[in-house]
Design a protein around this ligand. Structure first.
Ligand code: NDP
Ligand code: MN
Length: 392
């Protein structure tokens, strides 16, 4: 009998096509004036930002707009949002956009709630995040980060390039609305990058020392959904069954990484897009996943090897016996998938210079130590450097 802890997110979820219009009604019990946070234009261009605003205003909630959250959001952008929220007296924060907009909104909710424009000390845990944090509403426009159901926000210090994942039970979105009409507008590249992030989450959660029977079930189901739907959604964005499969997998993955955490791939991958903010989170993970898999399979114990065989099977491979050779089929399956969705490339091709490896290894040991500690094989600094080199 295994013993484990498990907890559910403090999030109410509404999932389905055409659900955006419900945002206002669902937000109403949580506040009376909203800061509405979004990215660099995709939601405005497609009319969803206006519809989110109308839904909130229709429910009697005046809106202050905050646009311009960048991919891999910075503490500087979060500060601007906090000031806008404080100046206009907002008591709730709503986000419509990708993981970056939702994460920025969570961090703004901390800052506004505590009356403090500087969020970095909270991320570093030098200042305590309390229940003063404002309620957050999340409407994801991507299917990958799971941020709409997680207790994480991932924020970059723009001065140093340090990127840190922060967790607190006070930043779970209170309400999340997953509208399939919104995620179905993702262009192929964003579909691929974010879909790979969801796959990384469930593979990592399944291998994490924090894995539990509760998360294992969702992880394996999500891997199958991703195998069945990611290439389809990439090739034909209007395939709504595939979009639904990916949105479900994304949500399952979020439910897994909160209690079980991620492993070395995220521990050292977040660092890459901190130092290289123009590099999409999902692409950074795609570069690092095969080298980390090989490292873990070569050095892992029997249980780790067996778990990689489970992953290979969930991704469609035959693995009669749980041995290292069969476990390696999981790597082949991942590489084939990457090929099919245009993510099979090295870090160098993505603009990462060999010279930054030492610095990235140091940042990872500082800011990714939680995830690194959950890796089935404990990597030394030299191992991290070797994995980065292999990923070049
Ligand atoms: P982003 O939110 O960074 O968005 C990436 C790009 O996609 C942006 O240029 C955005 O444009 C565009 N975009 C998003 N949705 C659409 C759409 N429907 N149609 C057209 N364009 C669209 O991507 P992710 O969702 O991958 O978020 C990544 C961030 O989330 C990273 O910082 C990562 O570290 C973090 N993360 C957070 C987790 C958590 O639990 N909190 C877990 C894992 C990752 P525009 O700006 O114009 O909207
Ligand atoms: Mn991720």
């Amino acid at each position: 009998m295994s013993s484990f802890t498990y907890f559910l997110p403090e999030t109410s979820l509404l999932f389905g096509s055409g659900t955006l219009g419900e945002l206002g009604a669902r937000a109403r019990p949580h506040g009376s004036r909203a800061l509405l946070v979004t990215g660099n234009g995709s939601m405005r261009r497609q009319g969803f930002l206006q519809r989110a605003r109308e839904s909130l205003e229709g429910a009697g909630i005046p809106v202050t707009l905050f646009e311009g959250v960048e991919p891999n959001p910075t503490a500087g952008t979060v500060s601007k949002g906090i000031r806008a929220g404080l100046d206009s007296g907002c008591d709730l924060v709503a986000a419509i956009g990708g993981g970056s907009s939702i994460d920025a909104a969570k961090a703004m909710a901390v800052g506004i709630g505590h009356g403090d424009a500087d969020v970095w000390p909270y991320i570093l845990r030098e200042r305590e995040t309390t229940r003063k944090t404002l309620p957050v509403m999340a409407v994801p426009s991507t299917s990958g980060t799971g941020s709409h159901v997680t207790w994480y926000t991932v924020i970059t210090n723009q001065e140093t390039g340090e990127k840190a994942a922060f967790s607190s039970k006070f930043i779970y979105p209170s309400e999340s609305v997953v509208d399939l009409d919104i995620v179905s507008t993702m262009p192929p590249k964003v579909t691929a990058e974010t879909g790979f992030d969801a796959l990384a989450h469930v593979m990592e959660s399944y291998l994490s020392s924090g894995a539990t029977p509760m998360t294992d079930t969702l992880c394996l189901r999500a891997m199958k959904l991703i195998r069945q739907n990611l290439v389809r959604a990439f090739k034909d964005g209007s395939d709504m069954d595939a979009r639904e499969g990916m949105a479900l997998a994304d949500t399952y993955a979020g439910l897994c990484i909160t209690p079980s955490r991620t492993i070395m791939v995220h521990g050292i991958g977040n660092t890459v897009s901190g130092v290289y903010p123009e590099l999409a989170h999902g692409q950074a993970l795609a570069c690092l996943t095969p080298p980390v898999m090989r490292f873990n399979i070569e050095r892992g114990d029997a249980s780790t090897v067996s778990r990689y065989c489970d992953i290979a099977r969930a991704l469609g491979e035959e693995t009669a016996r749980a041995d290292r050779g069969n476990a390696m089929k999981a790597v082949e399956a991942v590489e084939m998938l990457q090929e099919a969705i245009g993510l099979r490339r090295g870090l160098k091709e993505c603009g990462v210079s060999e010279d930054s490896i030492e610095r990235m290894a140091d940042y990872s040991l500082k800011f990714g130590k939680g995830a690194i500690a959950c890796n089935p094989v404990k990597p030394a600094r030299e191992d991290i450097i070797k994995v980065y080199e292999e990923a070049l």
